[in-house]
Design a protein around this ligand. Structure first.
Ligand SMILES: [Zn+2]
Length: 554
């Protein structure tokens, strides 16, 4: 597709295209929102007409816009807007956390003060433990305080327990939307303040429509656009949030392509999700916003010891023999895959633990033969993070026809803590990316940004640094023999990430016919050490051929 382009970008590029990238600069033609041609820079004249703007990128480097196939951007945006940041290492000790909460008391809303702490917060504070209910009471007895340590575990003060109706007699519902709710109790049966998988059951304050819109616009710009992310595979939170994204896209206030995975049952029912066309329409147009699939949870997370494992946890304080719980039955999984496939939706099931993954794979393998060839490939979210039984697990993935969706950011977030929870066998088998790539798995990188994420978790270069340097939270390498190259890690966050959405034909590489979604960075990441990758800066972002972001000077 030659002939005049609207814009021609001339300079060095890492195209992620089919052929190997040559050393020389290229000219990339952008026309009508798409890449019209990629030619050697010396031939750029063939793309220039009277109305063409030619932009030399200088010594910067062009990359395909990043794709984040698994993010909870609404949760992250709401969190940024509404909670007090208590995360380590900003807060180093319990005392720091109490200080931050005390100074934030005037921000309490509807009688609640919500703090955000990271996953495995007890391991990240120098005290080596969570703040206690009594310590949170010392901040206030009249304001309800919740410290949300990621999405699976929270610590409540006495007022919060009271408002949530959690007392000695409290019996929790059997399943919350993320897993089995648990109230930790002391020897007398009184709640200690630690609750697991219960955040969705707490009467926390909410944003009004105007605030939600502002939170999403600010959050998306700050978390994604500034980092060169042009497509987000969004695990939906609320219907109001989805509609707000659509409105923001339509008005031009938001620069990203939003592909929604409707969270069942958190956002809607399976039945409603499969009939989404009847009630959820997008003014922004399908190339900007659409329903891509359905997301369900089959277990919880390691931080709450609620990932469903084949062997018992070794963490102290749990019931003997505790292995986590599988939340979805074989019948539910079979039904979900049949119905989503019939509706043309991609099913993404959250399964952290090896037992949960086995259950999902067994159910999917049963249904696979009856599904049409052109069905979307189902995904298992978090498969590939911890693979204790390799190649047993990968053989099960293959039989089930799934794509594993691991999160390299978790190498830093919690890799080193997993053995303390599940046992010494977890010293091996975490994030085996070298082996998975060598075995041909098109593994992607995604941020899984939620509540309790690390600073910068949505920056693909931190995720890429994790793949290359494999530094854990304290800076030690985690299974360094599984390191991969910068180029391979870039592919995980571009072309493979697009493939995880089933969108590799429309994005993920700089090739003619694909969306003109381009991130221009200040240096060639392939020349960077793992540590220096965190310093790569996104200078400009093109989305659909339009310049949507330029980095502020300084
Ligand atoms: Zn997630």
């Amino acid at each position: 597709m030659t002939g005049p382009a609207d814009t021609v970008l001339v300079g060095r590029a890492i195209t992620m295209g089919a052929g190997p990238d040559g050393p020389g600069p290229v000219a990339i033609g952008l026309r009508d929102g798409l890449i019209s041609a990629v030619v050697p820079a010396a031939q750029h004249d063939v793309l220039v007409g009277p109305g063409t703007t030619v932009v030399p990128v200088g010594d910067r480097v062009m990359l395909p816009g990043f794709v984040d196939p698994h993010a909870h951007s609404e949760v992250a945006a709401r969190t940024r807007y509404l909670t007090v940041d208590c995360r380590a290492p900003g807060c180093r000790t319990v005392a720091d956390v109490l200080d931050v909460l005390t100074s934030a008391l005037p921000q309490a809303r509807d009688g609640w003060l919500v703090g955000e702490a990271n996953l495995f917060f007890d391991r990240k504070l120098l005290d080596g433990r969570f703040p206690t209910r009594q310590e949170l009471d010392s901040v206030s007895r009249s304001v309800a305080i919740v410290l949300r340590c990621g999405g699976h575990l929270s610590v409540l003060n006495s007022r919060a327990l009271e408002l949530a109706g959690i007392d000695s007699a409290y019996r929790s519902v059997e399943h919350s939307v993320t897993g089995l709710p648990t109230v930790e109790r002391d020897a007398t049966g009184a709640p200690t303040g630690v609750v697991k998988e219960m955040d969705a059951l707490l009467p926390l304050p909410d944003l009004d429509a105007g605030e939600l819109r502002r939170a999403l616009e600010e959050g998306m710009t700050d978390l994604f656009t500034r980092n060169g992310v042009t497509t987000v595979g969004e695990i939906s939170e609320t219907v109001a949030g989805i509609r707000s994204y659509d409105a923001a896209l339509t008005s031009g206030a938001l620069a990203a392509r939003m592909h929604f995975y409707l969270w069942v049952p958190g956002t809607t029912t399976l039945d409603q999700a499969c009939r989404h066309r009847e009630w959820l329409t997008f003014a922004a147009g399908p190339e900007w916003a659409r329903v891509q699939g359905v997301k369900m949870f089959s277990d919880g997370g390691y931080s709450a010891a609620s990932a469903a494992m084949k062997r018992p946890y070794v963490l102290a304080g749990l019931e003997p023999g505790h292995q986590g719980h599988v939340a979805l039955s074989r019948d539910q999984l079979v039904d979900a895959l049949r119905r989503t496939a019939a509706a043309g939706l991609q099913l993404a099931v959250h399964a952290n633990g090896d037992r949960a993954q086995d259950a999902v794979c067994a159910a999917f393998a049963e249904v696979l033969p009856e599904l049409p060839e052109d069905r979307p490939t189902p995904r298992i979210e978090h498969a590939g993070n911890f693979v204790p039984d390799y190649p047993g697990a990968t053989a099960a993935w293959r039989r089930a026809g799934i794509t594993p969706c691991p999160q390299p950011v978790f190498i830093r977030n919690f890799g080193e803590f997993v053995p303390e929870y599940v046992g010494e066998y977890a010293r091996r088998g975490q994030f085996p990316f070298r082996r998975l790539l060598d075995d041909g798995w098109p593994i992607s990188g995604s941020s899984d940004v939620w509540i309790g994420s690390e600073q910068g978790q949505t920056n693909p270069f931190l995720s890429i640094a994790g793949c290359v340097g494999r530094a854990d939270f304290h800076g030690n390498p985690l299974e360094p023999d599984q390191a991969i190259s910068v180029e391979e890690a870039l592919r995980m966050h571009t072309l493979h990430a697009a493939q995880a959405l089933g969108e590799e034909h429309t994005r993920g590489s700089l090739e003619p016919g694909k969306f003109a979604d381009i991130a221009i960075v200040d240096r060639d990441p392939r020349d960077c050490s793992a540590a220096a990758l965190a310093d790569v800066r996104v200078e400009q972002v093109y989305l659909g051929g339009r310049l949507v972001h330029t980095r502020a000077a300084g």
